[in-house]
Design a protein around this ligand. Structure first.
Ligand code: ADP
Ligand code: MG
Ligand code: MG
Length: 877
């Protein structure tokens, strides 16, 4: 017969799935000799079976429970529901994962009108007995029977008011006795039946309530949100009571074995004298710091300090402990791994390694890569956030926190910044022309666009806070207003952005202090010991490249050349090139751009030195370059000696219905080879300059948007010709490679053919996702939410790689590519390159590197190390 009930002595910490986290740890603490009030755990399997039995407690289960209860009576020398020394218990739920929304704990169960009298006699403390009874009636009614606790709290307040006292500790025995009577009346009034005097009945009803709470709506929503299975069930712990409310030699508290905010190796905790259960967290009275226990009860304090050490050494991690002191005897009621800030997490991980308590490998596994974001970006002071109105919520596009005055155009942002103003740039959406405005802003807010919109991608690259796709705001760029809720904000008004949550707040919010802690570098060294994939960064200029190196990047995986073209000094020549109607005109414009391009690459090479730099040849949808306003058209027309009308006509002809699928990427070079020729000339000439300074740089020339081998061959041929002529002209040669992005589905499918001509593949998973799903990146914000809300997709495929579909294409392309070109280098440069789950996938298909925005490099490094550890590629050193 299956066993459904375990005495604490029968369990251990590894039995979490059966006993729940709380039960497994109560068992573990019991068995390592700590002072835990005896008790037993009803298993999670019983909870599941309870559902299958039509939500009834079946006889065999009840037999087992009451048999264990009888043993508990023997163990404690107390009797349940009668006798001179009554046994009281707590009923505590505890699932495998701690879960808010589940049932609360019931304390002091076993009290009735008879046992309360015995408790008075036994303890000689009438006040304590009635205090316990009134607590029990309230908790049982609220938690097990659904009578709102406000009924009782109201009565308690009334009583305090009548007595003219402030704290519940000021109420005396007769007050509490009267309160018990009033509480029983409330019970009867609300439930039309008397408060149960049968203690077995109390226990059964409580047990059912815990089991039922597994399926209460809050718990179900929480599990859905956190992808926790509904089949796990919750365990129920039934434990003999100890009393922190027995008087001035008793108390209750919570403590962390190290400081959870800073990681400092010093016990951090709070306690209350003469209190029970959740009084400390409920804020009924102001608790004392654990340090003060030393003067109140030195012996208990010393014992407690020793116990924290025992627990931490045993669990080999910082613990979060709940304890009670009854008449100067210390009891442990719970222990679990303590939650902590990112700063504390890193400090504790490194300290534990240095104290010899855990290995480096273990320390690497202990930190959630996402947590590092907290360390890399500023954040608001949490206490301050509460004082500011939340105006709207957008997408958390680029982490960080920023406050400043709003400006609606890039130019006005730049001007304001020059006056020393902190700027928040507010745009419908951004385009490459807003770059200067973005650089000069503290943060960026857009009304449209998703996680891979221009604003999001560029802001992440800059490490700048950005909230994108904030649908709740209406922006009028001409009127320079932003409508949100029933407010109209105008230029100069102050708002704050939280790029980690997507929150937009009114006013300026002070920031919490940030500085990379010393241990961060130490920890990242551990990370490097284990990761096998390289981590590169996406960087388009020397500034980003330097940041990338600083954060540990091992190369550039994507240098986008179009951003370089948008520089104010060049845009005119770029436009001339685009609207050129003859080869001569175009070549003339390109000739003017060449020196700039070469200088761009020299600057990047100077930072990256021998490290690989993947340079993607031009890939913007054409419309992004076109002169838009009449003013711009006129400027271009004048400078090339054409009429306004003529040029306007040219621009209109260049208009595309679907620019994302239009004349972009290598297609541009099929029509106008001279553009890419100029770019490779700049890449190679810059490399030759570096060689003269004895630096052998490593350019990897990457062709975007390839869909067929023949297309690649066509382009490669003229690129190589051009490169060879640079070699001839200069009498120098340099090493380089030519490869392609795999971002069009057809390229993934014909990767074996393409690999014959490519020295590397870099998966452009943004486009591959866009084209694979047929979801426009720029428009999907409008409907993707519905897909995740309605459970059609588990997550946005633009944030985490869709492993089942897009991932399958990536995997297939890797296999096919290696078939015809075994030495082919494989990487990823889409936004997914910085996402931990996607990185684990990259490891599994054997990519050589991932590439992500500079500020995500540490996150990617950690995720890569964890992926290598998890798949068994590396072992402990
Ligand atoms: P939660 O999961 O919400 O922390 P617990 O089951 O840990 O709920 O119970 C909350 C508090 O109730 C504990 O921290 C402890 O102070 C008190 N408590 C629980 N069981 C007992 C007990 N057997 N004796 C004394 N206090 C108890
Ligand atoms: Mg607890
Ligand atoms: Mg692309």
């Amino acid at each position: 017969m299956k066993k459904f009930v375990y005495n604490f002595k029968e369990g251990n910490k590894d039995m979490k799935s059966l006993l729940g986290g709380k039960g497994a740890n109560l068992a573990e603490m019991t068995n390592i000799g700590l002072n835990v009030p005896p008790g037993f755990t009803v298993t999670t399997e019983a909870c599941i079976q309870y559902d299958e039995e039509g939500k009834t407690l079946w006889p065999q289960l009840l037999d087992e429970i009451f048999e264990k209860l009888a043993q508990l009576e023997d163990e404690t020398g107390k009797t349940f529901g009668h006798g001179e020394n009554p046994l009281l218990v707590s009923v505590r739920s505890g699932s495998v994962f701690s879960m808010p929304g589940m049932m609360d704990t019931i304390l002091n169960l076993g009290l009735n009108d008879e046992t309360v009298i015995s408790l008075i006699k036994k303890s000689g403390n009438e006040r304590f007995a009635y205090d316990s009874y009134r607590r029990f009636i309230q908790m049982f009614s609220d938690v097990a029977m659904g009578v709102s606790k406000s009924n009782f709290e109201h009565e308690l307040e009334k009583m305090k008011h009548e007595k003219g006292c402030e704290n519940d500790t000021d109420l005396d025995a007769s007050d509490l006795k009267l309160l018990v009577e009033r509480y029983k009346e409330i019970y009867k009034r609300e439930l039309k039946t008397d408060f149960p005097q049968d203690t077995k009945e109390q226990l059964k009803l409580s047990l059912k309530a815990v089991f039922d709470s597994w399926n209460n709506p809050r718990a179900v929503i929480y599990r859905n949100l956190n992808e926790i299975s509904h089949k796990l069930g919750t365990a129920v712990n039934i434990q003999s009571m100890v009393f922190g409310n027995m008087g001035d030699r008793s108390g209750t508290g919570v403590a962390f074995t190290r400081n959870p905010a800073t990681g400092e190796n010093k016990v951090f905790g709070e306690f209350l004298m003469n209190a029970q259960g959740e009084d400390v967290v409920a804020g009924i009275r102001t608790p004392l710091s654990i340090d003060e226990l030393e003067s109140i009860m030195p012996a208990v304090y010393n014992q407690f300090m020793k116990t924290t050490q025992i627990l931490e050494n045993h669990y080999r991690d910082m613990q979060d402990i709940e304890f009670t002191i009854e008449d100067e005897i210390l009891y442990l009621l719970q222990t679990r791994t303590g939650k902590r800030t990112a700063k504390a997490a890193v400090n504790i991980a490194v300290d534990l390694v240095e104290e010899g308590k855990i290995t480096k490998l273990e320390s690497v596994g202990r930190i959630d890569p996402h947590m590092l974001e907290q360390l890399l970006h500023p954040s608001f002071d949490e206490k301050e956030v509460k004082n500011h109105e939340l105006l709207a919520k957008g997408l958390p596009a680029s982490p960080g926190a920023a406050s400043g005055q709003i400006y609606f155009t890039a130019d006005s942002a730049v001007e304001a910044k020059e006056k020393g103003i902190s700027v928040i740039l507010v745009r419908q959406e951004t385009s490459p022309e807003d770059i200067a405005g973005m650089i000069n802003s503290e943060g960026i807010l857009t009304a449209r666009g998703g996680m891979t919109s221009h604003a999001a991608v560029v802001a992440r690259g800059m490490g700048k806070c950005c909230v994108a796709g904030c649908q709740d705001i209406r922006i009028d760029e001409h009127a320079k207003t932003m409508k949100v809720k029933d407010m109209v904000l105008t230029e100069g008004d102050v708002i704050s952005l939280d790029g980690s949550t997507g929150g937009v707040y009114l006013g300026s919010i002070p920031k919490a202090s940030t500085s990379l802690i010393e241990n961060f570098e130490v920890f990242m060294q551990y990370v490097n010991d284990f990761k096998t994939m390289k981590v590169r960064a996406n960087a388009d200029n020397a500034r980003d490249a330097r940041k990338a190196i600083e954060l540990g990047a091992e190369g550039i995986g994507l240098c986008r050349t179009e951003h370089m073209f948008f520089d104010e000094e060049r845009i005119l020549n770029v436009r001339k090139m685009i609207v050129a109607e003859t080869l001569e005109e175009r070549e003339a414009a390109l000739k003017l751009l060449l020196p700039y391009q070469k200088q761009d690459f020299i600057e990047i090479y100077e930072v990256m030195k021998e490290l690989p730099v993947t340079i993607r040849l031009l890939d913007p949808p054409l419309h992004e370059f076109l002169p838009n306003t009449d003013e711009d058209i006129k400027e271009v027309a004048d400078s090339i000696g054409k009429t306004f009308d003529h040029l306007k006509d040219v621009v209109e002809r260049l208009h595309e219905f679907n620019p994302m699928l239009g004349h972009r990427g290598c297609r541009l070079a099929v029509t106008y080879p001279e553009i890419y020729k100029m770019q490779v000339r700049a890449i190679i000439a810059a490399a030759i300059d570096m060689k003269k300074e004895n630096i052998d740089v490593n350019p990897e020339i990457m062709i975007p948007l390839i869909c067929a081998k023949s297309e690649l061959v066509y382009i490669k041929t003229f690129l190589i010709e051009e490169i060879n002529s640079v070699f001839e002209e200069t009498g120098e040669t340099v090493e380089y490679t030519i490869g392609t992005m795999i971002e069009v589905p057809r390229a993934a499918i014909t990767a074996d053919e393409i690999a014959e001509e490519a020295e590397f593949f870099s998966f452009g998973t943004n486009d591959l996702t866009q084209m694979g799903f047929g979801f426009s990146r720029d428009d999907s914000g409008k409907f993707l939410d519905d897909y995740t809300k309605k459970g059609i997709l588990d997550y946005s495929p633009f944030e985490t790689l869709d492993i089942a579909g897009i991932g399958k294409m990536v995997k297939m392309a890797c296999t096919l590519g290696r078939e015809t070109n075994p030495g082919i280098k494989l990487g990823i440069c889409g936004e997914h390159g910085g996402d931990p789950k996607s990185i684990a996938f990259c490891q599994s298909v054997g990519l050589d590197y991932v590439s992500c925005s500079p500020f995500r490099v540490p996150i990617a490094r950690l995720a890569a190390a964890q992926a290598a550890i998890d798949d068994g590629t590396v072992r402990d050193k």
